[in-house]
Design a protein around this ligand. Structure first.
Ligand SMILES: CC(C)(COP(=O)(O)OP(=O)(O)OC[C@H]1O[C@@H](n2cnc3c(N)ncnc32)[C@H](O)[C@@H]1OP(=O)(O)O)[C@@H](O)C(=O)NCCC(=O)NCCS
Length: 187
């Protein structure tokens, strides 16, 4: 794993949300749903079989969601119910797609449970993470890769201020690489 720093905050509050580490018991169903829902997984590899996800939950999914730097559960701050995940992680050197710098740039990712789409939650969560990072880390590029056909994701990237810079093929589909400067999110 990369040694370059990412976000250190354990929790990030925003108007309607709390970005936090995963709670293994109460978040379990929501996190499993993220990996098994055909709508959520339509552009990110397709749904995984529930039995497989359940089997790997403790060792893989939960470890990422609870301890991986820059990886947060998105919870509704009124109910504490998990509605998705947002990640600001370091791209591993050798990742597919164009390299724009040293190959370990910050990379933003997000996924919401299907029932939470269309309410601005992903925008709010991504903005909160990027603002927190901009307050902690020096200015640098942030990358975002999404399937070109993933209109919702591309719209969100554009609303956040990311600009498409290139396209490439991966997983049998065209991907769009977008970038933004971290300093754009400084308050
Ligand atoms: C990509 C994804 C996170 C986008 O979710 P989203 O809810 O569309 O994104 P936003 O948070 O930006 O919300 C925007 C929508 O909320 C609406 N909205 C409602 N209240 C809002 C508010 N207070 N603030 C902002 N937008 C609001 C907007 O009008 C917009 O509606 P529209 O979709 O009808 O145009 C979601 O589709 C998803 O999880 N997809 C599956 C996983 C995935 O593909 N991830 C990308 C991997 S790269």
């Amino acid at each position: 794993m990369s040694q370059s720093p990412t976000l250190s905050a354990a929790e990030i509050p925003s108007e309607r949300l709390l970005l936090r580490r995963a709670l293994l018991d109460t978040d379990r169903e929501g996190l499993i749903e993220l990996s098994t829902d055909p709508d959520v997984r339509a552009y990110i590899g397709g749904p995984r079989p529930r039995s497989e996800v359940e089997q790997h939950f403790d060792s893989v999914l939960a470890a990422d969601a609870t301890t991986r730097p820059g990886s947060y559960v998105i919870a509704n701050n009124a109910t504490n119910r998990v509605i998705g995940m947002v990640m600001l992680s370091r791209r591993s050197a050798g990742s597919p797609g164009p390299v724009t710098g040293d190959g370990e740039e910050l990379e933003l990712g997000y996924e919401l449970r299907r029932g939470a789409w269309g309410a601005g939650y992903a925008f709010e969560a991504a903005t909160a993470v990027l603002r927190a990072a901009a307050g902690e880390l020096p200015d640098q590029p942030v990358l975002l890769t999404t399937q070109t056909a993933n209109t919702r994701s591309l719209n969100l990237a554009t609303r956040l201020g990311f600009r498409p810079v290139s396209t490439f093929e991966e997983y049998g589909a065209e991907q769009t690489l977008c970038t933004a400067r971290l300093s754009m999110f400084r308050l």
